[in-house]
Design a protein around this ligand. Structure first.
Ligand SMILES: *Cc1c(COP(=O)(O)O)cnc(C)c1O
Length: 223
């Protein structure tokens, strides 16, 4: 058996503080490969596509927590609403209202992160701080009972420039602190900063990440 996945996970865990949640990003990998990470102790897996997530969820053990990390369309929420444990990619009030509606049908409260645009790539999804404040201040948001915003998420620019990556993560930290002090004064409910992937997670942790999303550093390069 190929033990590299177990080795990679052990190495990663040794490098990151205990309080940091490791989301194993399993997109494109088969259930058989995902099970190797499962047997190495991982229980939190991240997928970026709804269809792929629901197929894998139906095959794999029930004690896995599934995180949606990619862009989500309103009409697909119903497929993941029964089980998803955290949606990292909320970037509009419209989406949040739809998540609330599907959560309610399932008698659940679904935790969500607001995704912010911190990099320089125009294709990346996410809000800016002004848009987030409009969302939070809206009357519709205040009526939502089946969602809970538990923090923020962002992706740095794909670059070798570490200083740039660091300053983008710092931008997310500033956004988090601002929202927390102004709108989410209850300390335990707004606490997550999801940032950092295989190539930049150490910088992200230095800048305050509480959740890192790691795929290729665990499973190897995607083909
Ligand atoms: C694919 C993906 C990751 C993980 O990327 P790696 O470089 O393989 O660690 C993290 N976050 C998001 C949103 C992704 O789509």
């Amino acid at each position: 058996m190929d033990n590299s996945i177990i080795y990679n996970i052990t190495e990663l865990r040794n490098r990151i503080p205990q309080y940091v949640t490791l989301v194993t990003v399993s997109k494109t990998y088969s259930p058989e490969i995902i099970m190797k990470a499962y047997w190495a102790g991982q229980r939190i897996f991240g997928e970026n596509k709804v269809q792929e997530m629901i197929e894998k969820q139906s095959f794999l053990p029930n004690d896995i927590e599934w995180h949606l990390i990619g862009h989500l369309q309103s009409n697909k929420i119903k497929y993941i609403a029964p089980f998803v444990s955290l949606i990292h990619s909320v970037d509009s009030l419209k989406l949040l209202i739809s998540i609330d509606k599907e959560a309610k049908k399932n008698h659940r409260i679904i935790d969500c992160l607001l995704q912010f645009y911190i990099g320089e790539e125009l294709t990346k999804f996410g809000m800016n701080i002004a848009e987030a404040e409009v969302l939070i201040n809206s009357n519709e948001y205040k009526t939502l009972k089946n969602i809970r915003i538990t923090g923020v998420m962002g992706m740095a620019t794909f670059t070798d420039n570490h200083q740039q990556i660091r300053s983008e993560f710092q931008r997310l930290q500033v956004i988090f602190q601002h929202l927390k002090s102004k709108y989410f004064t209850c300390t335990s409910c707004f606490k997550e900063i999801s940032m950092g992937m295989s190539d930049d997670y150490l910088i992200a942790i230095e800048e305050g990440a509480t959740i890192i999303r790691i795929g290729s550093a665990i499973f190897g390069k995607r083909s």
